[in-house]
Design a protein around this ligand. Structure first.
Ligand code: 2NL
Length: 344
């Protein structure tokens, strides 16, 4: 009898100490299990010990164990109520004090601009594709109809990894990969990072963002190209721009056209404008009808299908849209610069 009495006392003391120290509801739950769990709980084990006790002592020992159990249950309940109570009464808090200012992260302005471009094409039913940033000579140049001696293959422009592997110089290789896998109709854009061996200056960076687009189907014409790009640029620049198409040349399109927009800085009114050099026009985009040879390279029959494609620099175009004089500002990560684009 003396022995079980002291064990009960021992548990009560330990429990009282623990219950005073628990910090939250989950610690309270662990304590509840320690004492009351159905197999291993201390109280459960005490009740099992009852069997070894003389029958004359059993009623009194049983009562003491039950008293301990009631004590434990009540204490747990009391602490649990404390956790549920608000820390302070509302009238103790001074609601006129200023709050803590939180510093939120934000998407980078170039990626925000990319998302605007994606949105316009998604609305026209395009899907967005992506592919590797390290490419083979075949996907980056050969399939796109670049002759072996073409200057863009030169070390001046391309960052080679081996003779056959390079950092992609445009996102066109992704279009090659898509055309190898899927049959037309194809309506895709590919935004992503591209690399060229250039020294950084206000309008050049060795890494920049590009978006290319490709449409392949029966009966696609230059009129589709023109209508699509006009709609795209008018939406991106909020209808505020003039647009013109100029004949041009790319190895992978025939015919090809470059697209200019009226200068967003001087509107053609400043003969010394540093953005358009006084011409009133900014070159914004290259485009054209996919060359039949490119279709043959990916086993699409140019007698049955035609298509158009285009390419545009994202950071370069963001410069004009936001009237930023130097592209390097995007990558210096000066928070004073980046914060100007927040909460647009
Ligand atoms: C530019 C010009 C262009 C394309 C990219 C393309 C891709 C395939 C087939 C045909 Cl797979 N064309 N892409 C076409 C015309 C121009 O980019 O000035 N980019 C910044």
């Amino acid at each position: 009898m003396k022995e079980i009495e002291s064990v009960i006392e021992f548990h009560r003391k330990n429990f009282d100490e623990s219950v005073a120290n628990v910090a939250d509801e989950s610690a309270l739950q662990r304590l509840r299990n320690l004492y009351l769990s159905r197999k291993k709980g201390h109280v459960t084990q005490l009740l099992e010990k009852l069997r070894e006790i003389k029958s004359a002592d059993k009623p009194q020992a049983g009562q003491m164990i039950n008293a301990l159990k009631t004590h434990i249950l009540e204490s747990l309940e009391a602490r649990s109520r404390e956790f549920k109570k608000p820390a302070k009464d509302l009238d103790e808090i001074d609601l006129t004090l200023p709050g803590w200012k939180r510093v939120w992260g934000a998407t980078h302005p170039v990626l925000d601009f990319q998302a605007e471009i994606e949105h316009i094409f998604l609305q026209m039913g395009y899907s967005i594709e992506s592919g590797p940033e390290m490419e083979t000579d075949y996907h980056n140049f050969e399939a796109l109809n670049f002759p072996p001696h073409h200057p863009a293959r030169d070390d001046w422009d391309t960052l080679y990894i081996t003779d056959d592997l390079m950092l992609r110089t445009h996102t066109s290789p992704v279009q090659i990969r898509v055309m190898q896998k899927k049959k037309p109709p194809i309506r895709i854009i590919i935004p992503g990072k591209v690399y060229r061996k250039e020294s950084p200056d206000p309008t050049h960076l060795p890494m920049f963002y590009q978006v290319e687009g490709l449409v392949v189907d029966h009966g696609i014409t230059f009129a589709h190209l023109k209508g699509t790009l006009e709609h795209f640029l008018k939406t991106l620049f909020h209808e505020r721009i003039k647009i013109r198409f100029r004949p041009s040349f790319f190895p992978f399109t025939e015919p090809s056209a470059e697209v200019d927009i009226g200068c967003t800085l001087c509107n053609g009114e400043d003969p010394e404008c540093r953005v358009c050099s006084g011409t009133g026009w900014i070159e914004i985009l290259g485009s054209g009808m996919v060359d039949p040879q490119v279709f043959k390279n990916v086993n699409i029959d140019p007698e049955k299908y035609s298509g158009f494609a285009f390419g545009m620099g994202i950071d370069r175009t963001a410069m004009f849209a936001y009237q930023i004089p130097d592209m390097r500002l995007f990558y210096e990560n000066d928070l004073r610069f980046l914060r100007q684009f927040q909460d647009k």
